[in-house]
Each structure stands twice: as C-alpha cells, then as structure tokens.
Design a binder for this molecule. Structure first.
Ligand code: NAP
Length: 259
C-alpha cells in the first residue's frame, strides 16, 4: 500500500535506536525526509547514514537532549515546517512508589509529558495553516495497564494522554491528527535494561527473566522496532486521516481486555 507521504518532512525524536529508529526507518521507506534526534552524536549519525544509504532520503541529524528547550529549538530550526512529528524520549527509571521525590517526578513529567506537549505546541499552528499534519507520540502500554515498578512512567504519560485526548479533537478539523502509540515490551535496549533490573531485583538469570516476561505476552515474544515503525507510518499516512485521538496498544495481546 502506498502511504501517500513521499516527500513529506518529519521530525522524529529520540531516534538513533529502538522504537524511534523503527519509526524513522518506516517513514524513510515511504520517502519521507527526516530530521532525527538523540543525545549521542555518534550513534545518531550512524543511524542517519544507514537510513540515507538504504532509503535515499534526506536525513539531518540534530544531536542533543530533546528535553531541553535549546535542542527542541534546533530541531525546529532544522525543520521549520514539519508535516509529521514523532515525539519520544527515554523512559524514567524503575522503582517503587516510595522511592521518588518531587525532583524525580519533575524530571519524568518534563521528559515524557511536557517535552512532547512543547513540541506539539510549536508545530501545530503551522500544520493547521497548511491544512495537513500528523503527530504520533510514543507513550507506553503502562497508560492502559499500570506497570507497578514504572510509577514515574505511569504518572507522566497519563498526563500526556489527557492533553492529547482534548487537543486532538481541537485540531482534527484542520486535517491534523494526533494519536499515541502505546508499546508493550519490544526488543530494544530499554527492554534489555528492564530485563536486567528484573534479574537483579529477583535474583534470577537473564534468560529466566526474559522467559518469564515472554510468558506474559500471548504472542509469546517481544515486539520489534520494525513492527512498531510500521504502525507509526500508517498513522502518518494519508489513509489515517480519520484516526483521531486514539491510543493504539502494540503489546502482542498482553493487555487482557475485550476492548
Ligand atoms: P531505547 O532502545 O533505549 O532507545 C531510546 C532512544 O532514545 C535512543 O536513540 C536514545 O539515544 C534516545 N534518547 C533517550 N533519551 C533521550 C533524550 N532525552 N533526548 C534525545 N534522545 C533521547 O528505548 P526504546 O525501547 O526505543 O523506548 C522508547 C520509549 O518507549 C521510551 O520512552 C520507553 O520508556 C518507551 N517504552 C518502551 C518499551 C519497550 O519495551 N521497548 C515499552 C514501553 C514503553 P541517546 O541515549 O543517545 O539519547
């Protein structure tokens, strides 16, 4: 299926690895020109070069922490009129409810709620003026079903979800859609770090930690960044213009619910 977005321009945040990279690759495969971001310049440039050579699209790398105003400004300077915005940043650390103080909550809310909101506020006016736009926020399945040890994530991402629920309905009439993708466990560095945290917390081996986590997923495996990216590209496509304010859970069936 031709997604109808060849030649569109996208900002994809936190995209040198993992799910952000999966989204960038899938958009590039559709002929979208990219501005990519991550903190580590070396890995980011390597990803940018791999995507350029595989897909033949223009890729600009903007290295830096997307939770800072300076880096968000640099992203917008590199791509002043994006058609597509994919927001993403690293997830907060695991722990339990009594571990976190105000500063921990502020950091998590800043990264996983206020940063995507600031980016949306910056790009939505232009998208509305041009009559077309797509925003996809990478959030977490923890919004749908809390992961107890990821309380900071549960908290911050729920706030973002509330903002998107209202805002998406305010901009939809202008041809602009905003939706969230909610990853369950995907095979990325983040999943590996959480496997290792589980291993340490429960005194079990890495393979055992993984096997036990696979068993919680009806698909019997972790998702892949490519599968995740394909869903993102579809939401960014011309075919998804009637998908507004949705929260798509990509979790191999792990959320056990009828709706
Ligand atoms: P990942 O494999 O660790 O990749 C994270 C990417 O984001 C890297 O490119 C990293 O590069 C970049 N990054 C992290 N913090 C950044 C920042 N402040 N500014 C700019 N770039 C930043 O993680 P992932 O698995 O793709 O996860 C992506 C998001 O989905 C996270 O918020 C995670 O919590 C959430 N999530 C993941 C899963 C899963 O199973 N994978 C499940 C639920 C939710 P640098 O380190 O060089 O900056």
């Amino acid at each position: 299926m031709d997604l109808g977005i060849r030649g569109r321009r996208a900002i994809v945040c936190a995209a040198s690895k993992g799910l952000g990279r999966g989204c960038a690759e899938a958009l590039a495969a559709e002929g979208v020109e990219l501005v990519l971001n991550a903190r580590g310049a070396e890995a980011l440039e390597a990803t940018a070069e791999a995507i350029r050579s595989t897909h033949g699209v223009e890729v600009t790398a903007v290295a830096g922490d997307v939770t800072t105003e300076e880096v968000r400004g640099a992203l917008l300077a590199a791509c002043p009129a994006p058609d597509i915005l994919v927001t993403n940043a690293g997830g907060p650390p695991p722990g339990i409810w009594s571990d976190w103080d105000r500063a921990d909550f502020i950091r998590a809310i800043d990264a996983n709620m206020l940063t995507p909101i600031a980016l949306m506020q910056a790009v939505l006016p232009g998208m509305i003026d041009r009559g077309w736009g797509r925003v996809v926020n990478i959030t977490s399945a923890a919004v749908k079903a809390p992961v107890p040890r990821l309380g900071l994530s549960n908290t911050a991402r729920s706030g973002l979800t509330g903002f998107v629920a209202g805002t998406s309905r305010q901009v939809a009439a202008h041809g602009v859609t905003i939706n969230n993708l909610l990853p369950g466990i995907h095979a990325t560095d983040r999943a590996d770090a959480l496997d290792r945290a589980e291993m340490a917390a429960r005194g079990i081996g890495l393979e055992e930690a993984r096997t036990q986590r696979y068993a919680t997923i009806p698909a019997g495996r972790y998702g892949t960044p490519a599968e995740f990216g394909a869903a993102c590209a579809f939401l960014c496509s011309v075919h998804a213009g009637f998908v507004v304010g949705q929260n798509w859970v990509l979790d191999g069936g792990a959320f056990n619910g009828t709706l």
